[in-house]
Design a protein around this ligand. Structure first.
Ligand code: NAD
Length: 351
């Protein structure tokens, strides 16, 4: 465990097994310095339990950076449910996961993720209140993607401003027209941007062409489109040593998680003079929205924090220019300053 390359001083790793429901899960708390760890429950058929552990270690760490950078009273965590090939998830599994989360005394808050739904969160809720992402009729705030898309729009605008452009007439190449990408594309079109889009889903592409006046290109062409801004909103790892030399954009700002295949790809972008808005700064809208459910924040407070994405990017771009460090490294250091700050004892009266 401690030699795992993804292990980064994670606070706790809990292996959960419930024979009655067949649940096998791993709940990982990376860091709770700024508050309880929050992160989605991923339901996936992994090649092996070791891969599931790697995923949970990596994703929980990412959540710590995202929450710290957005200055939220939250830390980073993640849970993964290991599904056997062809296996079906059940309410009993999520109830068992809820009991395991309850035993963690509030250090981990579950939320929706790939493979899980608001109904699964409701099953967890039967055994613990440490869960977010419920449907509005069950007291939750609903899907986070509209707020994520709002944050992405603010990020594209801030990134465009940093290269001396505004949204009107800005040419944006959008990879991925799912929940986040399509919403972002609609808002960009409404602001007068020109769009070139790609998705594996031909219907989503046809809709963007019809409704937003977008130009369509194939999924394997989008990363080579000559445009002002590239906005990755599909997969991780799209910026790497194979794709970066072929990019024909001045900047990158999109909602996809883990866009850089390796940290050093940030330096490769800087050398090519391509301004990269770090992904976890851009796509923090969804986790900010979770604070409405977890802490009862008002919609106005959520909006204010989402608008703060522009200031955070401005600070990162300025520090990157000043220090000649790539933006991803500048962002990581800013986040680390928040969650690695000295810990104040809570028991002040104990000598
Ligand atoms: P989604 O599944 O709704 O959409 C993803 C889209 O990408 C789909 O339409 C899919 O067909 C398309 N796609 C997949 N591979 C592609 C390829 N090679 N080329 C072009 N298109 C491709 O997912 P989403 O919720 O919109 O999330 C998009 C990204 O943003 C993901 O990386 C996700 O992790 C990240 N993200 C989402 C949220 C959120 O609130 N939903 C928050 C933070 C980060």
């Amino acid at each position: 465990m401690f030699d795992n390359p993804h292990f980064d001083n994670h606070e706790t790793v809990t292996f959960v097994c419930d024979a009655a429901s067949g649940l096998q899960a791993i709940v990982v708390v990376h860091n709770t310095h700024c508050g309880p760890s929050l992160g989605g429950t991923r339901v996936w058929t992994y090649d092996s339990p070791a891969h599931a552990l790697d995923d949970a270690l990596r994703l929980s760490r990412g959540m710590t950076y995202k929450a710290a950078m957005a200055d939220l009273p939250l830390g980073g965590g993640k849970s993964v449910v290991l599904m056997p090939p062809g296996g079906r998830k059940s309410a009993a599994m999520f109830e068992a996961l809820g009991r395991a989360i309850e035993r963690l005394s509030g250090s981990y808050i579950a939320a929706e993720d790939v493979g899980s739904t608001p109904d699964d969160m409701l099953a967890i809720r039967r055994h613990t209140r440490h869960v977010a992402g419920l449907a509005p009729e069950d007291g939750g705030v609903g899907a986070p993607s509209p707020t994520t898309a709002d944050g992405c729009l603010i990020a594209v605008q801030a990134t465009a401003a940093a290269i001396g452009r505004d949204l009107a007439g800005l040419h944006v190449a959008i990879q991925g027209l799912g929940a986040v990408g399509y919403d972002l594309a609609s808002q960009l079109a409404a602001a007068g941007a020109r769009l070139t889009v790609a998705d594996l889903d031909a219907a989503a592409v046809a809709r963007a062409v019809r409704e937003l006046g977008a130009e369509a290109v194939g999924p394997d062409e989008i990363l080579g489109v000559e445009a002002d801004v590239l906005s990755p909103n599909a997969l991780g790892g799209v910026l790497n040593e194979r794709t970066i030399p072929a990019l024909k954009v001045a900047a990158i700002a999109g909602g996809a998680n883990n866009q850089l295949e390796r940290p050093q790809d940030g330096e490769a972008l800087r050398r090519r003079n391509i301004l990269y808005a770090p992904d976890y700064v851009v796509n923090a809208g969804g986790v900010i929205k979770m604070c409405e459910e977890v802490y009862g924040w008002s919609e106005a407070k959520v909006r204010e924090r989402v608008e703060g994405i522009a200031d955070r990017l401005g600070e990162i771009f300025a520090q990157s220019a000043q220090t000649e460090l790539p933006t991803n490294i500048v962002a990581d250091r800013m986040a680390e300053r928040r969650f690695k700050a000295p810990i104040t004892p809570v028991m002040e009266d104990v000598e």
